[in-house]
Design a protein around this ligand. Structure first.
Ligand code: NAD
Ligand code: UDP
Length: 337
């Protein structure tokens, strides 16, 4: 079976490519490398000892994407191609709406043209918004997003669901990720943010490797046991394996389906810092600062549906996440550079 990974050279896409190839799927990656590096493709091939077909392509561009569909019999699309920096989305909303929504529409149009009936989409826990109780369950109504990035995810879910109403043959799998961290156990692929990291774990690992002086912890006065925010961190390999299950499921399913992919266990920012220090025997310098605008105090997943329907569950521990992050960062201090 041929799986097209739009945005597949990025953090989640590259790890998913490895798991798909190891499960016997053929992988085609199309990426414009706006937030990734072509070296990721070589590393995927090195880990798996398998070939990847790759295209430098802007997924917005219908002519370019049509060519990919024309030259390859695509059975399933996984749509990772998106801009994802929350703060940047507040400053440049139109760029976010244009990129994230147009990539989705182009993919759906090309799928319709070439008879591809299965799409798995990278959504986010952010679509639960500010109103819902925790843990988040797929049956909850979506909420009010606090930034344009979140709204693009919410809107793209709607566009994909509407497309599946119009075409009853279409299988649409919306994967709501919680907080992916860690790296492949080989240390050959991992998270390589361009510029200053927005997310917690890459920031910690860049402090550990000496690229940043200290971590700033955003807020220590939240109503949590140590005052810092709590999130549901999930090992990237567990998340990638969830995509393999979703691809299997998409191929035998019709209509829209939502799955949370998380562990169900939240950790605070301070717990993550302490776990990283303990797992890797490294001190992480940190300072407390003001709350970051838009952050919720805490949320985590109920992933019972993924376990029940996809036979998927996260198995890796927080220690695994911390050790694998450090294995990647210390072997690649400047990422793929
Ligand atoms: P990433 O930035 O590492 O990967 C996204 C990839 O898409 C990059 O390789 C980028 O170059 C590519 N891309 C972006 N726009 C493109 C376009 N127009 N044409 C072609 N390629 C394009 O991010 P990631 O962490 O791997 O996230 C993958 C997806 O999962 C994104 O849609 C993101 O919003 C979503 N997501 C990520 C997280 C997270 O914490 N990492 C959480 C929830 C959802
Ligand atoms: N965080 C932090 N310092 C940083 C980056 C993140 O204290 O440099 C905190 C952030 O406030 C949140 C948690 O770490 O409480 C996870 O943030 P991240 O951006 O990784 O993921 P989010 O849950 O916001 O998508």
């Amino acid at each position: 079976m041929n799986v097209l990974l739009a945005g597949g050279a990025g953090y989640i896409g590259s790890h998913t490519a490895v798991e798909l190839l190891n499960s016997g799927y053929n992988v085609i990656i199309a990426d414009n490398y706006s937030n990734s590096d072509k070296k990721a493709i070589d590393r995927i091939e090195k880990i798996t000892d398998k070939k990847v077909i790759s295209y430098t392509a802007d997924i917005i561009d219908k002519i370019v994407v049509s060519e990919i569909f024309k030259n390859n019999q695509i059975d399933v699309v996984i749509h990772f191609a998106g801009l994802k920096a929350v703060g940047e989305s507040v400053k440049k909303p139109l760029i976010y709406y244009r990129n994230n929504i147009d990539t989705t529409i182009t993919l759906l149009e090309c799928m319709a043209e070439y008879g591809c009936k299965n799409i798995v989409f990278s959504s986010s826990a952010t679509v639960y918004g500010e109103e819902n109780d925790i843990p988040y369950v797929e049956t909850m109504k979506k909420g009010t997003c606090s930034n344009p990035y979140g709204w693009t995810k919410s809107m793209m879910e709607q566009i994909l669901s509407d497309a599946s109403v119009a075409d009853s043959e279409l299988s649409v799998i919306l994967l709501r990720y919680f907080n992916p961290i860690g790296a492949h156990e080989s240390g050959l692929i991992g998270e390589d943010p361009k510029g200053i990291p927005n997310n917690l774990m890459p920031y910690i690992s860049q402090v550990a490797v000496g690229r940043r002086d200290h971590l700033t912890i955003f807020g220590n006065d939240y109503p949590t046991k140590d005052g810092t925010c709590r999130r549901d961190y999930i090992h990237i390999t567990d998340l990638a394996k969830g995509h393999v299950k979703a691809v299997e499921y998409a191929a035998k399913h019709k209509g829209p389906e939502i799955f949370n992919l998380g562990t169900g266990t939240p950790y605070s920012v301070l717990e993550i810092v302490n776990a990283f220090e303990k797992a890797n025997n490294i001190k992480i310098k940190y300072e407390f600062d003001e709350r970051r605008s838009g952050d919720l105090p805490e949320f985590w997943a109920n992933s019972d549906k993924a376990q029940r329907v996809l036979d998927w569950t996260a198995t890796r521990t927080l220690e695994d996440m911390c050790k694998d992050t450090w294995n990647w960062q210390k072997n690649n201090p400047n990422g793929y550079e």
